[in-house]
Design a protein around this ligand. Structure first.
Ligand code: ADP
Length: 331
């Protein structure tokens, strides 16, 4: 997918890095989380203790990785970054933990995708800062205890519900990231444009924001594409007109829905009379995997009230019919 695919090219990855704010004060939105986190950081620093473990959950692209990096910066410690599926064997975890210095942050993205055996090793690491490793085989196998420096685990996940209860219980700080308002996204877009040394009008920034699904990563990506159009059109700034033109070319509609969203809604309407449809059936019909729909597509459609979850599956709401200019027939 053009805008919300988790896999992006290296070029995108580099711009993501350059656009990432480094300090809490530069982190736009999520005000309540920011206020609390600032207090926790200050308290931990004044006690010269490691910060309690932090779990951040919410849809992709809302700034979980960014916030984790900022927390480490504000704590003035190093951050080690990995993902749940990358920690395959106990040795992988040991290697990561072994590099930590007192107070450091270990950031595990997609923490819900960690193998169960690794997760269990983490319990004692989080709670009492040690791990037991089984050494030897069969009859000679015995656990050896490795002490660890106090550290802060920051976990990120798209759904807190996908985390096992014992793991979730070991996080002292649990925060849910919300979608951003248009005004907040406009601030992010304006800041990003200045990082690119590109001028953008207030109207232009707002229009990009309105179509960014409440998500900074999408906003930054749309900005990059619009900037290309503005450059080729020899515009001296990104204005409303060029934003509208570019996003029309990119098939991003005025609510930020792209072709895949349209496909999901149309499939539900045309093949299943608007639902209820199960997630797996839907995935099979549009050729996306279930996880992509559940994590990337559905949350925003739910958020803007275009689909509803019922016990029998997903249904399309009248709002979505109206948006697609289709007649709504309850029966
Ligand atoms: P997640 O880890 O939740 O998927 P990221 O932290 O990777 O999201 O954020 C995606 C991009 O959006 C980052 O590169 C960053 O530039 C931008 N971003 C996210 N949140 C903010 C914010 N609050 N303020 C400014 N930029 C942000």
């Amino acid at each position: 997918r053009l805008i919300s695919n988790a896999a992006f090219d290296q070029n995108d990855e580099q711009t993501e890095l350059s656009l990432r704010p480094q300090k809490l004060a530069q982190y736009i939105g999520q005000e309540k989380i920011k206020q609390k986190v600032a207090i926790y950081i200050e308290a931990a620093k004044s006690r010269q203790e490691s910060l309690d473990h932090v779990l951040l959950y919410g849809p992709p692209g809302l700034g979980k990785t960014t916030l984790a990096t900022i927390i480490a910066n504000e704590l003035e410690v190093k951050i080690k970054t990995t993902t749940g599926p990358a920690i395959e064997r106990p040795g992988d975890l040991v290697a990561l933990l072994n590099e930590l210095e007192p107070g450091d942050v270990l950031f595990i993205d997609e923490i819900h995708r960690m193998p169960k055996s690794i997760e269990e090793m983490l319990y004692s690491a989080m709670e009492d800062f040690y791990i037991d490793i089984i050494v030897g085989q069969d009859a000679t196998a015995h656990p050896v205890r490795f002490p660890l420096p106090p550290f802060t685990l920051i976990g990120a996940t798209t759904k807190a519900g996908m985390l096992s209860a014992p793991l979730r219980a070991r996080f002292g700080i649990v925060e849910h990231m919300n979608y951003y308002t248009d005004a907040e996204l406009a601030q992010i877009v304006t800041r990003s444009a200045s990082v690119f040394s590109t001028a953008i009008s207030e109207q232009g920034a707002l229009e990009i924001s309105r179509r960014s699904r409440g998500t900074p990563r999408v906003a930054n990506r749309l900005l990059k594409r619009v900037r290309d159009f503005a450059q080729v059109a020899a515009k001296d700034q990104i204005d409303l007109e060029i934003v509208k033109f570019a996003l029309e070319m990119l098939h991003v509609d005025d609510r930020g829905l792209d072709e895949t969203d349209h496909k999901v809604l149309r499939t539900m309407i045309e093949l299943y009379g608007g639902g209820p449809v199960g997630l797996n059936t839907l995935a099979a019909n549009i050729g996306e995997d279930t996880e992509t729909i559940a994590d990337m597509i559905e949350p925003y459609l739910l958020q803007i009230g275009f689909i509803k979850r019922t016990t029998r599956g997903r249904v399309v709401t009248p709002l979505a019919y109206e948006h697609l200019h289709l007649p709504y027939n309850k029966n």
